[in-house]
Ligand binder design. Structure first.
Ligand SMILES: [Zn+2]
Length: 281
């Protein structure tokens, strides 16, 4: 089983890898810059080399980079749109330098211009970001909870952007909490099967590269992006047991983004995930 957490790299890469190993992780996700945006500091060649070596020696993969939350790819504002495309490109290059297999992005909000326009803006920004890019990092669109004027909460939205992009450099990261908040039920074996079948027929399961494993603090269809501990939310233990053991999901990497004040919280959630995996590895 591939399981990781969202880890801070502010204390340096060596410390981050040490923590991952102590927690029993073999995958991870990080921001390559401040999640609130702004200019990123240059990554030094020696720290990047050390990080890649440590990940390789310790079998940490995939490494995942998440773009800053503040970017809005669906924005109708031309300046913000240009900025978002540029940031995605920069983060793609940074992720590639770090040896990251994936760059996860949120699609953002259409701000009253309508979903269709918003989705076209997303694909336009990503097309610009991918122009002339020849690295190995693959872009992953993450499903959203559908709050406000967010786009990307329906499987049809994700499929539409992938289709417009026509790129082998793009796939999907499915966040269980966001999916549940958007109305995709994941609380029983039967309902997980139904949601996976829907994903497969609308997007294609081969496009699913990564799962953000988060329980949901609010009920089905709430449109609220509030993560809960594994088994402690509305998806619950049965839901996660069904997700983790589903034939089409069990070999995907799982990254936790559960609420964590410290490593004890991460440990509890990592152990909860591992305990629900049948056969336990
Ligand atoms: Zn997520």
């Amino acid at each position: 089983m591939r399981v990781g957490i969202h880890i801070s790299i502010s204390g340096g890469f060596t410390k981050a890898v040490k923590r991952l190993l102590e927690l029993g992780c073999n995958s991870c996700q990080m921001f390559s810059r401040s999640p609130r945006g702004g200019k990123a500091r240059d990554l030094k060649e020696d720290e990047v080399t050390t990080f890649r070596e440590l990940c390789s020696i310790n079998d940490i993969n995939p490494v995942v980079v998440h773009i800053p939350y503040v970017l809005n790819l669906a924005t109708p504002d031309p300046d913000m749109h240009r900025y978002a495309a540029q940031m995605v490109r920069e983060d793609l290059e940074r992720a590639d330098a770090l040896g990251a297999a994936y760059l996860v992005l949120h699609m953002g909000s259409h701000k009253g211009e309508g979903t269709e326009k918003g989705l076209r803006q997303v694909s336009g920004a990503l097309t610009t970001a991918l122009e002339g890019y020849c690295g190995n990092t693959v872009l992953l669109l993450e499903n959203t909870s559908g709050a406000g004027s967010e786009v990307g909460y329906l499987f049809e939205h994700l499929a539409a952007v992938l289709q417009m992009l026509e790129s082998d450099n793009a796939g999907i990261c499915f966040d269980t909490c966001h999916g549940f908040a958007a109305g995709y039920d994941l609380s029983t074996y039967e309902r997980v099967n139904g949601t996976v079948d829907k994903f497969d027929s609308i997007i294609g399961i081969d496009k699913l590269k990564l799962i953000h494993a988060n329980d949901a603090m609010f009920p089905l269809g709430s449109a609220k992006d509030r993560h809960a501990d594994i088994g402690a939310g509305h998806i619950g233990e049965e839901g996660f047991r069904a997700i983790l053991n589903h034939t089409l999901l069990k070999d995907k990497p799982f990254i936790l983004e559960t609420p964590a004040a410290g490593d004890a919280d991460w440990k509890r959630n990592i152990e909860a995930l591992k305990a629900l995996l049948e056969g336990n590895n």
